[in-house]
Design a protein around this ligand. Structure first.
Ligand SMILES: Nc1nc2c(ncn2[C@@H]2O[C@H](COP(=O)(O)OP(=O)(O)OP(=O)(O)O)[C@@H](O)[C@H]2O)c(=O)[nH]1
Ligand SMILES: [Mg+2]
Length: 298
């Protein structure tokens, strides 16, 4: 609605009574009548559309870090790393303070992986893995871990250590095995090639069908579990198929599994150790061989 002043000009404020202006004095002796709008105008200059908001100086309070998370349980972080010297600092510097023990399985790296790890975290434990392969590396790391919770993370910078508290939160709330998912709301991947994405989807269908799962992601090595369940996981894989084996055995043993969204970043530098086709085949073979009831009748 708009009102019209006697002059024929439209009023800027439809509530303004015709013929009076803001702050117009009333009868002599009376205080000039003021309205809310006038008081605001006194305090601050009118901002017009297009005015930029005042620039506020950055206030540096105490930084809130992912490590603020507290758990009553001890936490071991197992890091398989082969020739990852250039990526180790990024990973190690962001390990949250809720991690008590870091176990590096360096797979006889030929670069400065161990030196970098020690420089970033002097208390790191370096463990020998016996034979090559990510599966051998993880099994050696799990066997050496002493924490009540074990978290595993890659050393190539594709997994952000700041997500560790999300995994621990679910372990603290009764889950036995927590896995990252790149395919839940809030997760994603900046690293998956179309071929790998397709393979992962197909293998996920297989695991959900054969093991009765409702999972959203499979071939992703960001997981955490209670060390007490290491025997139930019954790990034997030597290569990349260990991630699928862990999940298949967790499902088969009836562990309580939670998925948390995780964002997979691109490897920071260096070359991948994974061969999509041959490693995909190994995953499929493992899933088929280990499915519930597969050994019966043999
Ligand atoms: N100790 C050890 N670590 C390994 C071995 N093979 C791979 N890794 C580590 O396992 C992690 C995952 O390996 P990647 O090569 O990144 O495999 P991926 O993440 O599936 O492949 P990208 O997405 O291409 O990086 C990395 O931290 C590797 O350094 C191994 O034989 N021994
Ligand atoms: Mg990687």
């Amino acid at each position: 609605m708009s009102t019209t002043l006697p002059t024929g000009q439209p009023s800027a404020n439809p509530a303004t009574p015709s013929g009076s202006s803001p702050g117009t004095p009333g009868p002599p002796g009376a205080r000039p009548r003021r309205r809310a709008a006038d008081r605001i105008a006194d305090r601050a200059p009118m901002r017009r559309a297009g005015d930029r908001p005042p620039v506020r100086p950055l206030v540096r309070g105490p930084a809130r870090r992912a490590g603020d998370y507290r758990t009553r349980h001890t936490v071991s972080l197992v890091v398989p790393a082969r020739d990852e010297a250039r990526n180790i600092p990024w990973v190690f510097e962001q390990i949250p303070s809720c991690v008590d023990e870091v176990i590096l399985v360096d797979g006889s790296s030929r670069d400065a992986t161990v030196t970098m790890a020690r420089a970033c975290r002097p208390t790191v434990r370096d463990v020998d893995q016996g034979a090559p392969g990510k599966g051998n590396a993880l099994r050696a790391g799990f066997a050496a871990a002493t924490g009540e919770y074990i978290v595993m993370i890659d050393a190539d910078g594709s997994m952000w250590p700041g997500e560790i508290p999300h995994f621990l939160h679910f372990l603290d709330h009764g889950y036995d095995f927590v896995k990252g998912s790149r395919r839940m709301a809030g997760g994603g991947s900046l690293d998956l090639t179309p071929l790998r994405a397709l393979g992962n989807k197909a293998l996920l269908l297989v695991v959900n069908r054969l093991y009765g799962g409702l999972l959203t992601d499979l071939c992703y090595g960001y997981c955490a579990f209670r060390r007490d369940f290491l025997a139930e996981l019954d790990l034997r894989a030597t290569g990349f198929e260990i991630e699928a084996e862990m999940i298949a055995h967790a499902l088969r043993s009836g562990l309580r599994i939670a998925e948390v969204p995780s964002l997979e970043l691109p490897r920071r530098s260096g070359r991948s150790h994974l061969h999509a086709v041959s490693d995909g085949r190994r995953v499929l073979r493992t899933l088929l061989a280990e499915r519930p009831g597969a050994g019966e009748g043999r």
